[in-house]
Design a protein around this ligand. Structure first.
Ligand SMILES: [Zn+2]
Ligand SMILES: [Zn+2]
Length: 432
């Protein structure tokens, strides 16, 4: 994710909108003032929820405490509440004053195995079990703010029920960061369990905290975030003394050849002018001692693509490279792919129709032509079923980006997030 470019691009665009080429501001709707006032009044509660979630983060598929707080809140608002959807997910259904369409708003609830270094008064001290190890846990992707924003949005819309022309489905999703190995979870499991049916959802909206100008909304119509695939390569060779590599199989040399071959696949063998593609070997594990060539090496990494044909092609080329290199060395390899997320693909008609809504919610701080983002989102599974629109909320400039131990949210952005989510639901149900 190219944070610097994004910031520069956003700053330039916002400068333009306040200059001579500014677009006329969309006319306010009758309920705008009420939504703005309610979001302002609710802000202390939203901040308190976020800080509480931040201090008590839970890993993917373990969001039990968070889910209970969410479900209790939604019940208090008088919503129909379903729990245990996709393991720990919570769904709240608000029937408005008039019958109409059904709109879904989604927030993710899970945290990450990251050791927090923000120094915040409410920083996490939590540890949990992950992959057989005790790990620190932190809301390093801002999902604490997403959950708090959607709880605030639910409260506003519940109190404005008579002005809601249809039904709002609030989806609090577990395991966006990916379920633990061997488990199902996240958006695909919620879809499988029928979260978009009964009532049948007509459109879905989601937001994500991202470094950038506080309270700005940015997106890209069409494909915005990459498809992601995880891989693992288990290599088996022959152990030998480090001084006599000819007696074994030189695993570091073999590994280096694989990494080089992968880099050449994405830079030299596919059409780089089409869409961006990244193939990264992120971890290399093998060996115990400086003078022993190990028998085993394990590589893991990720593939990011925007085009299904290119994805298939890169996978085939990567597998062919590993097969031919290991054969050349006399080693063997087991190549495994997993955890696929499709492209986060914003419905262009929906995104265009809702742009005035986000413009009103942010006071004009919108940018709809950001670069492709190589990060992935399992919101894409909802978008495969129904028209969906995903946008990023600028949360200031923390010392580190998403997934860093320094990631933080400027809480002022959450008030704008609440405004935006409430207006998105109201406007969509009015026919936008
Ligand atoms: Zn994340
Ligand atoms: Zn995230």
């Amino acid at each position: 994710m190219s944070k610097t470019y994004w910031l520069a691009g956003a700053a330039a665009a916002f400068a333009l909108t306040t200059g001579a080429q500014a677009q006329p501001a969309p006319a306010p709707r009758p309920y705008d003032a009420a939504v703005f006032a309610a979001a302002k009044a609710l802000q202390p509660k939203v901040v308190a929820w976020r800080r509480d979630f931040h201090e008590h983060p839970e890993l993917s598929n373990s969001e039990v405490r968070t889910a209970k707080i969410v479900a209790d809140h939604l019940r208090k608002l008088g919503l129909e509440v379903r729990t245990g959807v996709g393991k720990t997910g919570v769904v709240g259904i608000l029937k408005g004053g008039k019958p109409g369409k059904v709109v879904a708003l989604r927030a993710d609830m899970d945290a990450l195995p990251v050791a927090e270094q923000t120094g915040l008064a409410f920083a996490s001290k939590v540890t949990a079990q992950y992959n057989g190890q005790t790990v620190p846990v932190m809301h390093a992707c801002g999902h604490d703010s997403h959950t708090a924003i959607l709880m605030g949005t639910a409260e506003i819309l519940a109190t404005m029920k008579d002005q809601v022309d249809g039904t709002v489905v609030f989806i609090f999703q577990p395991a966006e960061e990916g379920p633990p190995p061997g488990e199902e979870g996240g958006a695909p499991l919620m879809v499988k369990e029928g979260v978009l049916k009964n009532p049948k959802v007509d459109a879905i909206f989601g937001l994500h905290a991202f470094p950038g100008p506080v309270g700005a909304m940015v997106w890209r119509p069409g494909p915005m975030m990459a498809a992601s695939d995880r891989f693992e390569i288990q290599l088996k060779g022959r152990q030998a003394h480090g001084s006599m590599p000819w007696q074994g199989i030189d695993m570091s040399s073999l590994t280096a050849d694989i990494v080089t071959a992968f880099n050449q696949v994405t830079s030299r063998q596919i059409n780089v002018s089409k869409t961006p593609t990244v193939l990264t070997v992120a971890t290399l594990h093998g060996g115990l001692r400086y003078n022993i060539i190990p028998e085993d090496m394990t590589l893991t990494g990720t593939l990011r693509t925007f085009d299904p044909g290119m994805r298939t092609d890169v996978i085939a080329r990567a597998e062919k490279a590993v097969t031919s290199i290991t054969e050349r060395y006399g080693a063997s390899a087991k190549f495994t792919w997993g955890n696929h997320n499709p492209v986060t693909d914003n419905n262009r008609i929906l995104a265009a129709a809702m742009k005035p809504t986000l413009t009103r919610a942010t006071g004009g701080k919108v940018l709809d032509d950001i670069d492709y983002i190589m990060g992935a989102e399992d919101f894409s599974y909802f978008q495969k079923e129904v028209p969906g629109f995903f946008y990023h909320l600028g949360v200031g400039n923390p010392k580190g980006g998403n997934h860093s131990p320094f990631f933080d949210v400027d809480e002022a952005a959450m008030e704008i997030g609440v405004r935006a989510q409430a207006l998105m639901a109201l406007d969509f149900l009015k026919g936008s």
